[in-house]
Design a protein around this ligand. Structure first.
Ligand SMILES: O=C(O)CCC(=O)C(=O)O
Ligand SMILES: [Fe+2]
Length: 395
């Protein structure tokens, strides 16, 4: 049997054509597919917004196709990610994210010294097979950060930069217009003007690798690659290999797989858009579990784009949405502390990021204490206060 090494990136199996799982009877989420080639047709965006409305209100996940970036360019991004992760640890270590100060741009991997030190105190298997490289926007505010990157990034700089910018222009801006139409806002650029590319925001492009684990290692990690969580930005774009693992939490409390759909981007609504839409646009809980038996040997590489509003934007529900009014959402959110005394996105992101790190530490302790039989599915959500904003976290 071919090894993972041989399978990746060959003519036969490019990053997007790994064989899909043949395991039957898995529960899949039923998600709408937004064909962005229709966006500029007469009445096109209104039609797309109609298609999108239920999905963004109930599930918070959907697909986007025909988004104006070729599969070849997407595959190239997977190849860049793989080339970086294949570097020896010593060549990745100098680019470590500044975790101690809440930083997340740069490299994250469990071989880093501070994680290894933590591991001596609270050993855990969860998250240990994950490596990440985050790249902020290609704007002058991040010039300092961009002065140092590992060789696969430097070598492909123009391509990566163009990819990031095209994702913003071809996909994100269009989706932001659709969300405004869904909420029946007078200004269909309401969200676009709060996500200006040239203004400072904490968007990032992420290469992510989940290394294949043995059955025994998976059992120690309670079958989880990433525990249930919501993302903290506006939306997250996932370019995915067909290695099944992503699940979304349904209303009945069960987990449904999000199928990797060929030629698509999987999009999920995140916390900030949930807040800006007075909770109409739903940030849903999702997680990643270990692949099925016939895909267990594949490493899983992802290319992700995390979208966040500009730092100066206030975390406050959009005014004058007939949809929010008819759903009674203004009534529901009006007395919340952030509605009466709004904070900026910058403050919210910092605070939320701080909570994520401290929650990860709690999770480490919990998973260390629970041992091999604990079930990820038994975890439950909890409302915490982040900078005055009631926030659901999944513990
Ligand atoms: O890898 C995936 O499919 C999802 C990853 C994810 O949810 C995240 O990084 O926030
Ligand atoms: Fe996520």
């Amino acid at each position: 049997m071919a090894t993972t090494e041989q399978i990746y990136g060959t003519a036969e199996h490019s990053y997007s054509t790994l064989p899909e799982t043949q395991v039957l009877n898995l529960a899949y989420a039923d998600l709408v597919n937004i064909d962005l080639s229709k966006f500029d047709e007469p009445g096109g965006k209104e039609e797309l917004a109609r298609q999108l409305k239920d999905g963004v209100h109930s599930v918070g996940f959907f697909y986007v196709t025909n988004f104006g970036i070729s599969q070849e360019r997407v595959d190239k991004q997977f190849a860049i990610g793989k080339e970086f992760f294949d570097l020896p640890f010593e060549e990745k270590e100098p680019f470590a994210a500044d975790h101690a100060n809440g930083g997340y741009n740069g490299y994250t991997g469990r071989e880093l010294k501070h994680f290894k030190e933590q591991d001596k105190v609270t050993p855990t298997y969860r998250g240990k097979n994950i490596e990440v490289y985050n790249i902020p926007k290609f704007t002058p505010q991040f010039d300092d950060f961009h002065s140092h990157h590992p060789s696969p990034i430097v070598k492909n700089w123009d391509e990566i930069k163009q990819f990031g910018k095209d994702v913003h222009t071809n996909v994100i801006e269009k989706l932001l217009v659709l969300f405004a139409i869904v909420l029946e806002l007078k200004d269909e650029n309401y969200f676009v003007s709060r996500h200006q590319y040239d203004e400072k925001s904490e968007d990032h492009l992420r290469y992510m690798k989940y290394k294949a684990r043995s059955e025994e290692e998976n059992a120690k990690a309670t079958g989880l690659y990433t525990q249930g969580h919501t993302d903290l930005g506006s939306v997250t774009l996932l370019f995915r290999q067909p290695v099944l693992g992503l699940q979304v939490l349904a209303h009945d409390g069960t987990w449904h797989f999000v199928k990797p759909l060929a030629g698509s981007i999987t999009v999920n609504i995140a916390d900030t858009l949930d807040l800006l839409s007075g909770t109409y646009l739903k940030s849903s809980v999702h997680r990643v579990i270990a692949p099925q038996v016939d895909q267990a040997k594949f490493d899983r590489i992802g290319v992700l784009y995390f979208v966040r509003p500009n730092n100066h934007v206030l975390v406050k529900a959009v005014e004058d949405s007939p949809v929010l009014a008819s759903e009674g959402l203004y009534e529901k959110v009006k007395d919340l502390p952030h509605e009466t005394k709004p904070i900026t996105i910058e403050t919210w992101v910092k605070e939320r990021q701080r909570h994520i790190f401290s929650q990860q530490e709690r999770d480490r302790q919990e998973s260390a204490g629970q041992g091999a039989t604990a079930q990820g599915a038994e975890r439950k959500d909890l409302e915490i206060n982040v900078a005055g904003i009631p926030t659901k976290v999944w513990t």
